[in-house]
Design a binder for this molecule. Structure first.
Ligand SMILES: [Zn+2]
Length: 216
């Protein structure tokens, strides 16, 4: 596997550009399972390169304009390091706090059974004991249990707190964690009608009612 050059800048990638850097990039994309090439990657920047690179960006958890297929510095630097030796960088993010599961009850849904009249987090319904992971690197600053949130953990990262609630088990109860690290398991402790993760975001140290949209 040839070494991939340092990031040449987003402006480098345009129609008609030819460079061994593009061929090397294509080979790395194929190695990561993201290559969409019918005849193998070549030195010329094409639409297929862009589609392949977009697949790589999505694999890293980027969405929307961040997964447009135009290489950026973060995704490029990660592509340069083969997966087996790649550490989880500080800025990494994972796609879901319950890997393999998506939102089943959205943030801010209205309903009289919620004490503020709306849902203060996003719910991820999943079978009991499914792993919950840190969505970003940070630290577990609180671990507790109460009648509404059941067993819960608080991950602090980037100036915000992410609350993991109704857990059946807390695997990590304090200290630093890396993005993707398992910190607990889905449960239905506290005020829950079935197993799910209630995932809530607040400004660091914020009390109940300071919730914001749980993006990370
Ligand atoms: Zn909820």
């Amino acid at each position: 596997m040839p070494a991939l050059a340092p990031f040449p800048g987003a402006g480098f990638f345009h129609k008609g550009q030819r460079s061994p850097v593009i061929a090397a990039m294509g080979k790395r994309l194929v190695a990561e399972g993201c290559g969409k090439y019918r005849t193998g990657p070549g030195p010329e920047w094409t639409e297929v390169d862009q589609q392949s690179y977009a697949a790589w960006q999505r694999k890293l958890g980027f969405e929307g304009a961040e997964a447009n297929g135009i290489p950026g510095k973060t995704s490029w630097e990660r592509l340069r390091v083969p997966a087996a030796t790649r550490p989880t960088p500080q800025g990494a993010r994972v796609a879901s706090p319950v890997p393999g599961h998506g939102v089943t009850t959205p943030y801010r849904k209205k309903g009289p059974h919620w004490s503020l009249g709306y849902h203060t987090g996003a719910d991820y319904a999943a079978p009991e004991r499914k792993p919950c992971v840190a969505v970003r690197s940070g630290s577990i600053v609180r671990s507790g249990q109460d009648t509404s949130f059941g067993k819960f953990l608080v991950l602090r990262t980037g100036g915000f707190d992410f609350w993991y609630c109704h857990l059946s088990e807390r695997t990590v109860t304090e200290g630093s964690v890396r993005a993707g690290q398992k910190i607990g398991r889905v449960g239905s402790t506290g005020n829950a009608t079935g197993p799910h993760l209630h995932f809530e975001k607040r400004p660091a140290g914020g009390g109940f009612g300071t919730d914001v949209k749980p993006v990370w």
